[in-house]
Design a protein around this ligand. Structure first.
Ligand SMILES: [Zn+2]
Ligand SMILES: [Zn+2]
Length: 371
């Protein structure tokens, strides 16, 4: 009898997930089989579920999800240490990348693995080896070469779950735009990305940190994570007034850095206008291909503004994220980031509860599955 594990298979927008029992894969010498402890539902997962991100689904469905943590279930024969060179054993708690820079392209050659166009392959179906391709399952197969890091005992799983996505994503994004001590930053969106970015920006010495959203609960959380000022879209409904407010809060200049953490391209022109001359716009949220927005390039030219797009991160970021959590876990309410947990079978309910578009309010910050 072969060992098996359960996985939630996505059959397309508007359709329920299908819970399936799959065989555990034979672990290749440089791979690691991980028993998933917690898998969060990330904003980008919602795009696929909602159907606003075009997707070519395999015929037998897709196991997705990427924001997760777990324990080593089986180590490949050649793996003795984590990616920092620290001893790694079966049972160890780990954080890891869910993408695989190819090492054989111009971006990889330029030592920019996060920019590798091959780091995420086509979606694979559950019948294709190694079966466990995503977080919404009992197991995740870390493919050969995947970066993996031991997790300090002091950090609970619920806090570590966002390390390999939201937290590492914002640390890398703020690194890419060169955010420096004393610079002002405005963040559009106080979901998982925005809230954690507020904490990271604050720790980097940014001031003031301004966060914009339409849900009061999220703005309150952003303040708890270090935002100096929050702007509620529903209270300041005029776009010109919001831009003027940011200008006023930044000494009349506009922000050094502005960020899209919403994922709706419509917010981008406003964010660009909030920048000071010479400022930098960080684009992380808008992952849906085919969605466009009208903008005025002359604004970039006359304002000497830059737009920096970032998807995922270089693997060195994960240990920095873990160390950041270890330093700040007593000072910041990380335990509030996951507000609801669901067993794997309740994945449909978990997605419905996470949906925030067209909602008046939501009490959910992040839903997590405990498979
Ligand atoms: Zn994510
Ligand atoms: Zn590459």
């Amino acid at each position: 009898m072969t060992a098996t594990g359960r996985a939630a298979v996505f059959r397309g927008p508007g359709q329920p997930f299908e819970i399936r029992e799959l065989p555990l894969p034979e672990v290749e010498p440089d791979a690691v089989l991980i028993r998933v402890s917690i898998a969060n539902i990330c904003g980008s997962d919602l795009h696929f579920w909602r159907g606003d991100a075009p997707l070519r689904l395999p015929a037998d469905g897709w196991i997705y999800g990427h924001e997760m943590t777990g324990r080593v279930a089986r180590l490949g024969a050649r793996i003795k240490t984590d990616s920092r060179g620290r001893p790694l054993e079966e049972g160890a708690r780990v954080a890891y990348c869910y993408f695989y820079p190819c090492g054989r392209c111009h971006a990889c050659l330029a030592l920019e693995p996060a920019a590798c166009p091959n780091k995420i392959g086509r979606p694979l179906g559950p019948s294709q080896f190694p079966y466990f391709h995503g977080a919404f399952a009992e197991y995740y197969y870390l493919r050969p070469g995947g970066a993996i890091f031991g997790v300090p005992d002091t950090l609970p799983d619920a806090i570590v779950a966002s390390v390999n996505c939201a937290l590492s994503q914002v640390i890398f994004g703020l690194h890419k735009v060169g955010l420096r001590f004393g610079q002002s930053i405005v963040m559009q969106g106080a979901g998982g990305l925005g809230v954690q970015a507020a904490a990271v920006a604050k720790a980097m010495g940014a001031a003031p940190v301004i966060v914009i959203d339409q849900l009061p609960g999220r703005l309150e959380l952003a303040r708890a994570f270090g935002a100096d000022h929050t702007i509620n879209l529903r209270e300041v409904i005029d776009r010109k007034e919001r831009i003027a407010l940011v200008r006023q809060l930044t000494g009349g200049a506009g922000a050094d850095v502005a960020c899209d953490f919403v994922g709706l391209p419509a917010v981008i022109p406003e964010g660009l206008e909030m920048l000071r001359a010479g400022g930098t716009y960080l684009e992380i949220g808008s992952i849906s291909r085919g969605v466009t927005v009208e903008m005025e390039p002359a604004q970039l030219v006359w304002g000497s503004k830059k737009i920096v797009g970032v998807v995922m991160y270089d693997p060195w970021v994960i240990p920095q994220a873990l160390d950041f959590l270890a330093r700040f876990r007593d000072r910041l309410p990380f335990d509030r980031l996951i507000s609801h947990t669901f067993p794997l079978e309740k994945i449909d309910e978990a997605f419905r509860a996470s949906e925030w578009v067209n909602r008046e309010s939501t009490s959910i910050t992040r839903a997590a599955l405990v498979p």
